[in-house]
Design a protein around this ligand. Structure first.
Ligand code: DHB
Ligand code: FE
Length: 461
């Protein structure tokens, strides 16, 4: 089931979508570079030399030298970017638009004065055999879809956990109690390495500062450097993205009425790297994470933040997008990270609410739709101002198969511990189906589970 892109067939029209954006990335960025007088001067003085600074393909390069806008658009250029090249040459939008029609400048201007181009005969609708695409939202998932959403991982993401790993403190009694809760997961993760993790997290005024507050960000880039949050970048591998799959997800989710911000270049902070470290262990900068990662960042820094219900619905749109993928077979995990209860500010700092956290976990597992009715006030009042990070988890949960008529998911592992720094640590591994090897290794894991359960009982007592 391929995505509907009927706009590709509109006569004489190239729609700039994520595929085109990837193709034209350097061409468009080159065009943007002409927004300073110095660069325009250098470009006009020696176009070929200036273009040597940009990794354009030969067709793109020649198209710029020829000022051939149709060729540039075919190669992924977008008219608003390319207009900077035209403006550098002193061209108006009317001259640029006219240059693509095969008409003379005068004939094009006269056509516009005469009322513009008549749509009659210039529409897709005028072609034989065209039917409008379906706008229905799927409520069940294809059993044979090439991309399978296998498991969800939920975890807190405290920066001090990353520091404990980076500074070799994981065996200290304080930290051992935290890391013991991830032992099971690390064993499981070795046998259950997906191709790609869609990692839902929240940026902490790292990639996004006060100049821009996007509510939902989908990372469509190929590579995300590890951020310097003020104490130097964590000594862990940079993160590799999956642009093709991310572009597909973006196309489907935005057409499913979710207005994502698409980001090709950003650094990733502890919200994303600490969960990777917790699951995949200590890896140095010369190593690689075993998975591709598509970051999905939720604004929880500045109010208003999205509701739990909105996040759950985004999860559903995400699941429908995964289902529509018709590329290579993929094992996909979705991780929901952040939380649990913590407050990092003001006289109420240090707030922990074990009862509420565990009620959240119970509802997340058994009653996610009910959980969507919990309001912001509830999160902040009960779980602390930074406990709001827990809305991230609803995205991963809303995507699970039982929300599309499938069976209840299996809780493979559950852990809860207080504290890590200022935070209650919560962690779940939940699978859409019991993988056969899990059943086999279940007895081996029983003792680890028992101690985790005991810890849970102690923590909730
Ligand atoms: C802490 C927890 C967080 O989630 C965070 O983003 C920063 C700090 C903490 O407990 O110290
Ligand atoms: Fe956080």
């Amino acid at each position: 089931m391929s995505l509907d892109k009927p706009y590709r067939d509109i006569p004489g029209t190239t729609i700039y979508d994520a595929d085109q954006a990837r193709k034209g990335y350097h061409l468009n960025q080159f065009a943007m570079s002409l927004m300073t007088p110095e660069n325009r001067e250098r470009f006009l003085a020696d176009e070929a030399a200036y273009l040597d600074e940009w990794p354009l393909n030969p067709v793109q390069r020649q198209a710029v030298l020829d000022m051939d806008l149709n060729a540039m658009i075919g190669e992924g250029g977008n008219i608003y970017f390319l207009a900077k090249i035209g403006a550098t040459h002193g061209l108006s939008f009317q001259q640029m638009a006219g240059s693509m029609t095969g008409m003379s400048e005068a004939a094009y201007r006269d056509m516009m004065i005469g009322g513009g181009r008549n749509p009659q005969g210039a529409r897709l609708k005028d072609l034989d055999g065209w039917t409008p695409p379906s706008t229905e939202k799927a409520t069940t998932m294809r059993p044979d879809a090439p991309a399978k959403f296998t498991s969800a991982v939920f975890t807190s993401h405290v920066p001090a956990i990353g520091a404990a790993m980076d500074l070799g403190k994981t065996e200290e009694p304080y930290w051992k109690k935290v890391f013991d809760g991830y032992e099971w997961t690390r064993r499981w993760a070795k046998e259950n390495t997906p191709d790609v993790v869609i990692l839902v997290y929240n940026d902490h005024a790292t990639a996004f500062d006060a100049s821009i507050i996007p509510t939902f960000v989908l990372g469509t880039g190929a590579h995300y450097p590890v951020a310097d949050e003020g104490y130097g970048p964590r000594p862990v591998p940079d993160v590799k993205g999956y642009p093709e799959f991310a572009a597909h997800l973006a196309q489907s989710i935005i057409q499913d009425d979710f207005d994502l911000t698409l980001v090709n270049e950003m650094v990733v902070d502890h919200g994303l790297t600490v969960p990777l470290s917790l699951v995949y262990g200590e890896l140095g900068t010369d190593e690689k994470w075993p998975v591709k990662v598509i970051p999905l960042a939720v604004n929880v820094v500045q109010y208003p933040v999205p509701s739990g219900r909105r996040c759950y619905e985004l999860g559903k749109a995400l699941r429908r997008a995964i289902d529509k993928w018709d590329g290579p077979e993929l094992n996909v995990q979705i991780w929901g990270t952040g939380g649990m209860s913590h407050q990092l500010q003001g006289p109420r700092a240090g707030l922990i609410n074990k009862e509420w956290d565990n009620a959240f976990l119970d509802h997340l597992i058994a009653d996610p739709l009910g959980l969507t009715e919990w309001q912001h006030m509830e999160y902040v009042d009960e779980a602390g101002s930074e406990g709001i990070e827990l809305v991230d988890w609803l995205i991963a949960r809303g995507a699970m198969d039982d929300q599309f008529g499938g069976g209840a998911p299996e809780v493979d592992h559950r852990f809860y511990h207080v504290p890590a720094s200022n935070t209650a640590v919560g962690h779940l591994v939940v699978s859409n189906e019991v993988a056969p090897h899990l059943a086999e290794s279940a007895s081996a894991n029983a003792s680890a589970d028992e101690s985790a359960n005991q810890e849970l009982e102690e923590a909730t007592a």
